[in-house]
Design a protein around this ligand. Sequence first.
Ligand code: KIV
Length: 275
Amino acid sequence: MPLRPADLASRKQAGLPISVLTAWDALSAALVTEAGADAVLVGDSLAMVVLGHSTTLPVTLDEMLHHCRAAGRGMAGATQAQQPLLICDLPFLSYQCSPDEAVAAAGRVLKETPAAAVKLEGAEPETLAVIDRLVRSGIPVMGHVGLTPQSVHQMGYRRQGNTVASQEALKRQALALQDVGCFALVVEHIPAALAGELQQSLTIPVIGIGAGDLCDGQVRVTADLLGLTSRQPPFSPPLIQGRALGAEALRRWIAGLDHPAAPGTRPAAPATPHC
Ligand code: KIV
């Protein structure tokens, strides 16, 4: 049985760390599954990492579904016991317009891909109403507060929760997301002490990125960890210089290619023996 959303809460209760890694296709999903991730997130960061957009906003629901199906195929090789939970981001404007549209979008994720949960950003009253509707429709939802990249034109990529007032607001948002039924919460680019307070006060797992070590788990964009992206965010440094290592290996392969001798100077091919 693949991990289910509720299994993440069991890991929190047992004091076990939760690892979430992003994937965008079969190859990356197979890699993070083999590494032992508890959950695989097809994040809308694929808009920037894989599709070359400058923000996450342009990626469409159809594109997310396409990549999520590919990620699911990449995980299929693992034994059932090792199958991580597959979560798919709902892209910008697939859930903000109305709860009905959100159910339709999240319903497509669960019907047309192997994902068992969706993630969406924010905790405004309208977003809470959307999550309430999704959860009541049987769709597990992971929340996401702090730096929310779909709001880049309002908040940039700056750290959030820098004032007492904004920290109090984030605490209220986190509690509201738990109360409305989110099974876990991503907190991005907020002070470590605040993330630690949320980890203590919430019963649902708090999964951090750029939020210090006091969370129940961590999520990272796999391409950042592997150093494949041209620039990594300061809070997600690479573990290896994958891009430089890959380019160097390919450069060596290209340099080692033999050029066939010019026509006319080639040695004659050995005569084919006749039977
Ligand atoms: O889209 C994404 O990859 C994300 C993670 C950074 C949490 O939302």
